[in-house]
Write a protein that binds this ligand. Structure first.
Ligand code: PLP
Length: 377
């Protein structure tokens, strides 16, 4: 272990406390209901090959940081799709298609959501059109094609690919299965979140009677984080300190929480954590996040490759862990926050803490994963 507790390169960029913090179970479950959550679990747990992903211990890291336990939910093992996104898109496809074999499914994606939608469509024998921006690697496109999807590349950003998807879907009468919400488009994003909430059901079963004191949740547009918060409201008896983490170049939830309303930010440089490089929180998640998030933190890309390597090389844990770029910010922010004595006290991080972090994806982009493993830093 390389003495991370003294190495100033393990740091956070920005940290804020939410002035409007209030964890109100009832309000949260009014947005994503118990019924939504339970239906998703009942259906997904019945899928062929379903099994809970492992909840690992980063036992070496917790020792180094003087924290009781660090649980790591390893989504690299999710249905061979290598990310938690497998739970959302595919479940939404199944629910909206209602056994209708004649519809065509469409979506826009940074990669993992599209993979889930393509996989879900293939399972049901549905045609699928996937729009990607110029930033999505050919490798990711190829995986979606391998599930039978037509992949359409659009010049510009993720937003441009989404606009093109909406336009084409209107013209061709395709059914959009999108993980982000907009005005009058809330049902499908809710279904994807309900799918993600299966992770919290599994975690609740896996921790048995142990209590999670802190939970660090990655956010892009906020769907995964809000789904986990709804899962906490549904399954846990105890409310952990909820900390949201984002790339410093795309900290749209942090900026929104700071100002108390949705803020759109301009992304000047895309983070290497591609799935989290989003400029605006999505409407449905925001309804949950605006009050239930207690703290927001952002991190730079500086320690991403190091974290990928340490996960792979048994530095954090007795287990070998395949964690891609979006699996790193929970760890980076935890070390950074822990290295700041004032913050450690403020958020009550100590030798009794049980911290839960999410390994959201494995080597979903295999080329990038290999590059990160080899990077010298
Ligand atoms: C691979 C990947 N994509 C996307 C996201 C972001 O999810 P959302 O846009 O629902 O906040 C994450 C995690 O935060 C992720 O790991």
């Amino acid at each position: 272990m390389s003495n991370m507790s003294k190495d100033i390169r393990w740091k956070y960029s920005n940290f804020i406390e939410n002035k409007n913090y209030e964890f109100n179970k009832e309000k949260i479950l009014n947005i994503l209901s118990k019924k939504n959550i339970d239906e998703a679990y009942n259906i997904i747990s019945g899928w062929e090959d379903y099994k809970p992903t492992p909840l690992l211990l980063l036992n070496k890291l917790s020792k180094e940081l003087n924290i009781n336990k660090i649980f790591y939910k390893d989504e690299s093992k999710r249905f061979n799709l290598k990310s938690f996104k497998a739970l959302g898109g595919a479940y939404a496809v199944e629910t909206v298609s209602k056994n209708n074999k004649d519809i065509v499914i469409s979506t826009a994606t940074a990669g993992n959501h599209g993979r889930s939608v393509a996989w879900g469509s293939k399972k049901l024998g549905l045609k699928c059109k996937i729009f990607i921006s110029q930033h999505v690697s050919e490798n990711r496109a190829e995986v979606m094609r391998s599930f039978g999807a037509d992949v359409i590349r659009v010049n510009g950003s993720y937003e441009d690919s989404l606009n093109e998807c909406i336009n084409q879907s209107k013209i061709n009468n395709w059914k959009i299965v999108q993980d982000v919400a907009w005005k009058d488009y809330e049902l499908v994003p809710k279904l994807t979140m309900a799918g993600y909430s299966v992770m919290m059901k599994e975690i609740n079963d896996q921790i048995k009677d142990q209590k999670i004191s802190h939970i660090i949740l990655q956010a892009g547009v906020g769907g995964m984080a809000a789904a986990m918060i709804a899962g906490i409201a549904r399954y846990l008896n105890h409310i952990p300190e909820i900390i949201l983490v984002e790339p410093e170049s795309a900290a749209c939830v942090l900026e929104s929480i700071k100002s108390g309303k949705i803020k759109k930010i301009e992304i000047k440089k895309e983070s290497i954590m591609g799935g989290m490089s989003c400029g605006e929180p999505s409407l449905v998640p925001w309804q949950i996040l605006k009050n239930s998030t207690k703290y927001c933190v952002s991190v730079s890309d500086q320690r991403v490759s190091k974290t990928v390597k340490y996960l792979a090389n048994f530095i954090f844990s007795d287990d070998k862990i395949v964690g891609g770029e979006c699996s790193t910010p929970g760890i980076i922010s935890l070390i950074g926050l822990n290295n700041d004595k004032n913050i450690r006290d403020k958020i009550s991080l100590n030798k009794n803490s049980n911290v839960l972090i999410f390994g959201c994806e494995g080597d979903a982009d295999e080329d990038l994963y290999q590059e990160l493993l080899k990077k010298i830093d």
